[in-house]
Write a protein that binds this ligand. Structure first.
Ligand code: TRP
Length: 332
């Protein structure tokens, strides 16, 4: 059988899944399952660099895992695991650390950011965050990593470590991971506050788990500070954003109808928002229902975890042993 390229991605274990994640990343993850050897994991070690709180760690990992499964990640098609269930990662990370330089780690944008945001907790894990991420990737010999802009520098560092190690040991066993570029226009979900994108730190998210009333309320509150007074006027950003949503979730006829109403100045924003909210719920409500079932089913979740870790560890063990060999850890 032909070997499929390996795609690997880590998922942050904090925060809930929102429409930005869903359309921006998760839908691609789900699509890729069929064409690649996909390995997805919840990055719970990484979360400790900013939030070492045992009382939230476990429920966070559980809800993220349940959300991704509910949204279509299929453990029979790909490898889904929890990072800390594959402790080989720690050993790989230790070995990589010997080839990572303080200077380059200190210069990482994310490190400088976090150090500024949490000046009382500039821990070594924060500094070596990119090394742990490189371990995640390199231990799988991943070919592709689907990453957003904010993670590109980390991926670049993983490539550098891989290349440096190949060079140092005069070998080419390390695979240099490349960013995975999704086909077509990337979908960027705007916020409903008039400008910018939807994001957790922006505090403007529609969560997949929001109940119907919450979703409707959030759309009702969406900024629309302009009513057209002349036919065919130019839209400002908040209105464009609403139309972007409409195009994404509603039927083409419905979109055309509202566009016509905009163009002849008969548009009613209340109707527009209600339409979008209703169509967003058509996407999110079934996921939410599945999520509730899956979240409650600890046995199922534990089984998925175990099965995922078992699959991942077979591959990772092999690659870790190879690195150990090159570094000189051998039997007498
Ligand atoms: N750092 C990534 C983020 O914050 C999560 C992550 C951890 C990751 N390890 C990874 C992503 C490996 C891709 C590959 O989103």
């Amino acid at each position: 059988m032909e070997k499929k390229p390996i795609v690997l991605s880590g998922i942050r274990s904090t925060g809930h899944l929102h429409l930005g994640n869903y359309y921006g990343a998760l839908r691609n993850f789900v699509e890729m399952q069929n064409d690649y050897d996909c390995r997805y994991f919840i990055a719970d070690y990484h979360s400790l660099t900013t939030q070492p709180d045992p009382s939230v760690l476990n429920p966070n990992v559980r809800s993220i895992l349940a959300e991704y499964l509910a949204a279509g990640m299929d453990p029979d098609k790909c490898t889904v695991y929890v990072q800390s269930d594959v402790p080989e990662t720690c050993e790989y990370y230790t070995l990589l650390n010997m080839h990572a330089y303080l200077g380059e780690l200190e210069k990482t944008v994310s490190f400088k950011d976090k150090a500024r945001k949490q000046p009382n907790n500039v821990n070594a894990g924060l500094l070596t965050y990119p090394v742990l991420m490189a371990a995640d990737i390199l231990q799988h010999k991943a070919n592709f990593v689907p990453v957003g802009k904010d993670q590109l520098q980390h991926l670049e560092m993983a490539r550098n470590f891989a290349q440096r190690i190949n060079h140092f040991y005069k070998a080419d066993f390390m695979v240099l991971p490349r960013p995975y570029e999704a086909k077509g226009e990337p979908i960027k979900i705007p916020g409903l506050d008039g400008s910018g994108k939807m994001g957790k730190s922006e505090g403007n998210c529609i969560y997949i788990n929001d109940d119907d009333q919450t979703v409707i309320k959030k759309f009702k509150k969406a900024v629309t500070d302009m009513t057209p007074t002349e036919p065919n006027s130019e839209m400002n950003e908040p209105i464009k954003n609403l139309f972007y949503f409409l195009k994404l979730v509603s039927a083409p006829e419905v979109y055309d109808q509202f566009l016509a109403a905009w163009n002849d100045c008969s548009i009613r924003y209340g109707d527009l928002k209600m339409q979008i909210a209703t169509d967003v719920l058509k996407v999110t409500a079934p996921i939410r229902e599945r999520y509730n079932e899956i979240y409650a089913d600890a046995d199922y979740l534990n089984k998925v975890r175990e099965q995922g870790a078992e699959k991942a560890r077979v591959e990772v063990r092999k690659n870790l042993d190879e690195l150990r060999q090159y570094m000189g850890f051998r039997k007498f």
